[in-house]
Design a protein around this ligand. Structure first.
Ligand SMILES: [Zn+2]
Length: 229
Protein backbone atom coordinates (compact mmCIF):
# COMPACT_ATOMS: atom_id res chain seq x y z
CA UNK A 1 0.00 0.00 0.00
CA UNK A 2 1.07 3.51 -0.66
CA UNK A 3 -0.78 6.56 0.66
CA UNK A 4 -0.68 10.26 -0.13
CA UNK A 5 -1.29 12.69 2.70
CA UNK A 6 -2.00 16.31 1.84
CA UNK A 7 -0.50 18.61 4.45
CA UNK A 8 -0.95 22.40 4.32
CA UNK A 9 2.76 23.13 4.90
CA UNK A 10 4.57 19.99 3.74
CA UNK A 11 2.42 19.44 0.64
CA UNK A 12 1.99 15.92 -0.71
CA UNK A 13 3.54 13.42 1.64
CA UNK A 14 3.97 9.99 0.08
CA UNK A 15 3.80 7.17 2.63
CA UNK A 16 5.95 4.37 1.17
CA UNK A 17 6.48 3.64 -2.49
CA UNK A 18 5.30 0.07 -3.05
CA UNK A 19 6.85 -2.18 -5.63
CA UNK A 20 8.52 -0.47 -8.53
CA UNK A 21 10.52 -0.85 -11.68
CA UNK A 22 13.81 -0.94 -9.75
CA UNK A 23 12.67 -4.10 -7.97
CA UNK A 24 11.37 -5.61 -11.22
CA UNK A 25 14.78 -5.01 -12.81
CA UNK A 26 16.95 -5.82 -9.76
CA UNK A 27 19.47 -8.56 -10.51
CA UNK A 28 21.38 -9.02 -7.24
CA UNK A 29 21.27 -12.54 -5.82
CA UNK A 30 19.16 -11.42 -2.86
CA UNK A 31 16.64 -9.60 -5.03
CA UNK A 32 16.33 -12.57 -7.38
CA UNK A 33 15.69 -14.90 -4.42
CA UNK A 34 13.11 -12.49 -3.01
CA UNK A 35 11.24 -12.33 -6.32
CA UNK A 36 11.29 -16.12 -6.60
CA UNK A 37 9.93 -16.55 -3.08
CA UNK A 38 7.42 -13.71 -3.19
CA UNK A 39 6.52 -13.19 -6.85
CA UNK A 40 4.49 -10.11 -7.70
CA UNK A 41 3.02 -8.30 -10.65
CA UNK A 42 3.44 -4.56 -10.72
CA UNK A 43 -0.09 -3.20 -11.06
CA UNK A 44 -0.37 -0.32 -13.48
CA UNK A 45 -2.20 1.83 -10.94
CA UNK A 46 0.53 1.39 -8.32
CA UNK A 47 3.06 3.13 -10.49
CA UNK A 48 3.81 6.50 -9.01
CA UNK A 49 3.03 8.76 -11.91
CA UNK A 50 2.85 11.97 -9.93
CA UNK A 51 5.48 13.53 -7.78
CA UNK A 52 5.54 14.14 -4.08
CA UNK A 53 6.86 16.96 -1.94
CA UNK A 54 8.19 14.57 0.69
CA UNK A 55 8.44 10.81 1.12
CA UNK A 56 7.97 8.98 4.41
CA UNK A 57 9.49 5.49 4.43
CA UNK A 58 8.02 3.16 7.02
CA UNK A 59 10.86 0.66 6.57
CA UNK A 60 13.27 -0.71 4.00
CA UNK A 61 11.58 -3.87 2.76
CA UNK A 62 11.44 -4.13 -1.05
CA UNK A 63 7.66 -3.76 -1.27
CA UNK A 64 7.96 -0.38 0.50
CA UNK A 65 11.04 1.09 -1.18
CA UNK A 66 10.88 -0.62 -4.59
CA UNK A 67 9.14 2.37 -6.16
CA UNK A 68 11.50 5.03 -4.74
CA UNK A 69 13.34 5.50 -8.01
CA UNK A 70 10.02 5.97 -9.84
CA UNK A 71 9.08 9.09 -7.86
CA UNK A 72 9.66 12.12 -10.04
CA UNK A 73 11.81 15.02 -8.85
CA UNK A 74 14.02 14.51 -5.84
CA UNK A 75 11.84 15.09 -2.78
CA UNK A 76 13.36 14.71 0.70
CA UNK A 77 13.01 11.21 2.14
CA UNK A 78 12.10 10.89 5.80
CA UNK A 79 13.35 7.57 7.15
CA UNK A 80 15.08 5.84 10.03
CA UNK A 81 18.81 6.59 10.12
CA UNK A 82 19.37 3.96 12.82
CA UNK A 83 17.53 1.28 10.87
CA UNK A 84 19.45 2.02 7.70
CA UNK A 85 22.79 2.01 9.53
CA UNK A 86 22.02 -1.42 10.95
CA UNK A 87 20.97 -2.80 7.56
CA UNK A 88 24.10 -1.43 5.92
CA UNK A 89 26.21 -3.20 8.55
CA UNK A 90 24.77 -6.62 7.66
CA UNK A 91 26.57 -9.10 5.45
CA UNK A 92 25.86 -12.49 3.88
CA UNK A 93 22.90 -14.50 5.17
CA UNK A 94 21.89 -11.77 7.64
CA UNK A 95 21.60 -9.28 4.79
CA UNK A 96 19.54 -11.70 2.69
CA UNK A 97 17.30 -12.50 5.65
CA UNK A 98 16.68 -8.78 6.21
CA UNK A 99 15.57 -8.52 2.56
CA UNK A 100 17.46 -5.26 2.15
CA UNK A 101 18.57 -4.53 -1.41
CA UNK A 102 20.61 -1.32 -1.54
CA UNK A 103 20.21 -1.09 -5.32
CA UNK A 104 16.57 -0.08 -4.77
CA UNK A 105 17.67 3.19 -3.14
CA UNK A 106 18.17 6.12 -5.54
CA UNK A 107 21.78 7.16 -6.12
CA UNK A 108 21.13 10.45 -4.29
CA UNK A 109 19.38 8.76 -1.36
CA UNK A 110 21.86 9.86 1.32
CA UNK A 111 21.71 13.49 0.20
CA UNK A 112 17.90 13.45 0.33
CA UNK A 113 17.48 11.41 3.52
CA UNK A 114 16.25 13.14 6.68
CA UNK A 115 16.37 11.14 9.90
CA UNK A 116 13.13 10.54 11.76
CA UNK A 117 15.30 10.26 14.87
CA UNK A 118 16.21 13.97 14.54
CA UNK A 119 12.58 15.18 14.70
CA UNK A 120 11.21 16.63 17.95
CA UNK A 121 10.03 14.08 20.49
CA UNK A 122 6.32 14.41 21.30
CA UNK A 123 3.63 12.40 23.06
CA UNK A 124 2.48 9.35 21.15
CA UNK A 125 -0.85 7.62 21.53
CA UNK A 126 -2.05 4.96 23.98
CA UNK A 127 0.69 2.47 24.83
CA UNK A 128 2.97 4.08 22.26
CA UNK A 129 4.09 6.74 24.69
CA UNK A 130 6.21 8.85 22.39
CA UNK A 131 6.63 9.74 18.75
CA UNK A 132 8.38 12.18 16.42
CA UNK A 133 6.65 15.30 15.17
CA UNK A 134 6.92 15.13 11.37
CA UNK A 135 5.18 18.37 10.42
CA UNK A 136 5.83 20.52 13.50
CA UNK A 137 2.14 20.87 14.27
CA UNK A 138 1.31 17.50 15.81
CA UNK A 139 -0.77 16.43 12.82
CA UNK A 140 1.69 13.77 11.63
CA UNK A 141 3.52 11.74 14.25
CA UNK A 142 6.01 9.00 13.48
CA UNK A 143 5.67 6.10 15.91
CA UNK A 144 8.38 3.47 16.32
CA UNK A 145 7.09 -0.05 15.58
CA UNK A 146 10.06 -2.30 16.27
CA UNK A 147 10.28 -5.99 15.46
CA UNK A 148 9.10 -6.55 11.92
CA UNK A 149 12.03 -4.79 10.28
CA UNK A 150 14.95 -2.59 11.25
CA UNK A 151 13.92 1.00 11.88
CA UNK A 152 10.21 0.59 11.21
CA UNK A 153 7.94 3.57 11.92
CA UNK A 154 4.21 4.02 11.47
CA UNK A 155 2.52 7.35 10.84
CA UNK A 156 -0.28 8.72 13.01
CA UNK A 157 -2.35 11.15 10.96
CA UNK A 158 -4.51 13.75 12.76
CA UNK A 159 -4.82 11.25 15.63
CA UNK A 160 -7.56 9.73 13.47
CA UNK A 161 -5.74 7.27 11.21
CA UNK A 162 -2.68 5.20 12.11
CA UNK A 163 -0.77 3.79 9.15
CA UNK A 164 0.99 0.96 10.99
CA UNK A 165 2.95 -0.36 7.98
CA UNK A 166 3.86 -4.00 8.67
CA UNK A 167 3.55 -3.68 12.46
CA UNK A 168 0.69 -6.08 11.80
CA UNK A 169 -0.12 -7.92 8.61
CA UNK A 170 -3.91 -7.91 8.93
CA UNK A 171 -6.45 -6.13 11.09
CA UNK A 172 -7.31 -9.49 12.66
CA UNK A 173 -3.73 -9.74 13.99
CA UNK A 174 -4.47 -6.63 16.02
CA UNK A 175 -8.12 -7.03 17.01
CA UNK A 176 -8.09 -10.77 17.73
CA UNK A 177 -4.45 -11.00 18.81
CA UNK A 178 -4.01 -13.56 16.03
CA UNK A 179 -0.34 -13.57 15.22
CA UNK A 180 0.57 -13.99 11.56
CA UNK A 181 2.04 -17.15 10.07
CA UNK A 182 4.75 -17.70 7.48
CA UNK A 183 6.06 -15.83 5.48
CA UNK A 184 5.54 -12.90 7.83
CA UNK A 185 7.25 -14.67 10.74
CA UNK A 186 10.13 -15.78 8.55
CA UNK A 187 10.95 -12.18 7.65
CA UNK A 188 10.69 -10.79 11.17
CA UNK A 189 13.74 -8.88 12.42
CA UNK A 190 13.19 -9.39 16.17
CA UNK A 191 10.35 -11.69 17.15
CA UNK A 192 10.10 -10.56 20.79
CA UNK A 193 9.91 -6.92 19.73
CA UNK A 194 7.47 -7.85 16.96
CA UNK A 195 4.99 -9.48 19.37
CA UNK A 196 5.50 -6.56 21.78
CA UNK A 197 4.47 -4.14 19.03
CA UNK A 198 1.44 -6.32 18.19
CA UNK A 199 0.39 -6.32 21.86
CA UNK A 200 0.60 -2.52 21.90
CA UNK A 201 -1.43 -2.26 18.69
CA UNK A 202 -4.04 -4.56 20.26
CA UNK A 203 -4.18 -2.40 23.41
CA UNK A 204 -4.42 0.73 21.25
CA UNK A 205 -7.36 -0.71 19.31
CA UNK A 206 -9.15 -1.27 22.64
CA UNK A 207 -8.32 2.11 24.20
CA UNK A 208 -8.99 4.10 21.00
CA UNK A 209 -11.74 2.25 19.14
CA UNK A 210 -12.39 5.30 16.94
CA UNK A 211 -8.84 5.23 15.57
CA UNK A 212 -8.51 3.61 12.15
CA UNK A 213 -5.43 1.40 12.30
CA UNK A 214 -4.40 0.41 8.80
CA UNK A 215 -1.74 -2.26 8.15
CA UNK A 216 -0.17 -1.85 4.72
CA UNK A 217 -1.17 -5.33 3.54
CA UNK A 218 -4.72 -5.43 4.96
CA UNK A 219 -7.13 -4.95 2.08
CA UNK A 220 -10.14 -5.01 4.44
CA UNK A 221 -8.75 -2.07 6.46
CA UNK A 222 -7.93 -0.12 3.30
CA UNK A 223 -11.41 -0.77 1.88
CA UNK A 224 -13.05 0.23 5.19
CA UNK A 225 -11.10 3.50 5.16
CA UNK A 226 -12.26 4.12 1.59
CA UNK A 227 -15.87 3.77 2.74
CA UNK A 228 -15.73 5.65 6.03
CA UNK A 229 -12.48 7.63 6.07
ZN1 LIG B 1 7.87 -5.29 5.70
Amino acid sequence: MIAIIEHPRLGRVLFDCGYGSALVNATSAGARMYKLGLPFVLPENERIATGADRIFLSHYHPDHIGGLRDVSGAPPILCSRDGLARLRSLRGIALHRAAFFPELLPDDFDARAEAIEDLPLVAGIGPFEEGRDVAGDGSLIAIALPGHAAGQYGLLCDRRVFLCADGAWLRTNIVDRRWPAWPVRALVDDYAAFTGTLEKLHALSKSHPELQIIPSHCEDSIAAYGQHG
